[in-house]
Design a protein around this ligand. Structure first.
Ligand code: GDP
Ligand code: MG
Length: 162
């Protein structure tokens, strides 16, 4: 069985952009509209020589109803079947209540989590991630997925979990 790494986070933080950067495809749907990825999207990536399955998920929104509820269900399934969760937050936006809710869900699941601060482009690196220290998930990996920046280093940290 290949290790499974799920990309999770509130809508619009850049999960699908990161998925594309890690799988080098444009398979995941990227849009300015929050919640655009309704289904799970699978791709193959690798760390060094080792292949892994990467899962892009829709945003995890608490109290979601209707189609958002279905998306949330898919996210829960993806998290439960994964070896590691990449919990993506936006350095541009800073910590939000929605991020804290996602963190709480992940804590309850007890799955290994690697915090990823995306959209660090144009920001002072350390200031960009300081906001997320209160999540208690350790130091965030800093990336700018849209520019593929930090992606190699991120994979190095993923490797430590597999
Ligand atoms: P998702 O909803 O979490 O899957 O987010 P998307 O991947 O669809 O991206 C949401 C928006 O953020 C899009 O407009 C992306 O172009 C933008 N975005 C993604 N990554 C970056 C980044 O590294 N820097 C900046 N500035 N914008 C980004
Ligand atoms: Mg998406």
């Amino acid at each position: 069985m290949l290790p499974v790494v799920a990309i999770v986070g509130r809508p619009n933080v850049g999960k699908s952009t990161l998925f594309n950067a890690l799988t080098r495809t444009r398979d995941a749907l990227v849009a300015d509209l929050p919640g655009v990825t309704r289904d799970r999207q699978y791709g193959i990536s690798r760390v060094g020589e080792r292949p892994l399955v990467l899962v892009d998920t829709g945003g995890l929104v608490s109290g979601a109803e209707g189609i958002d509820y279905l998306t949330a269900h898919q996210v829960h399934q993806a998290v439960e079947e994964s070896t590691l969760v990449l919990f993506v937050v936006s350095a541009r936006d800073g910590l939000t209540a929605a991020d804290e809710e996602v963190a709480e869900v992940l804590r309850q699941k007890g799955v290994p989590v690697l915090l990823v601060a995306n959209k660090t482009d144009g920001l002072d690196a350390d200031v960009a991630v300081a906001d997320f220290a209160s999540l208690g998930l350790g130091e965030a990996a800093q990336v700018a997925a849209a520019h593929r920046r930090g992606v190699e280093k991120l994979m190095g940290r993923v490797d430590e979990f597999l």
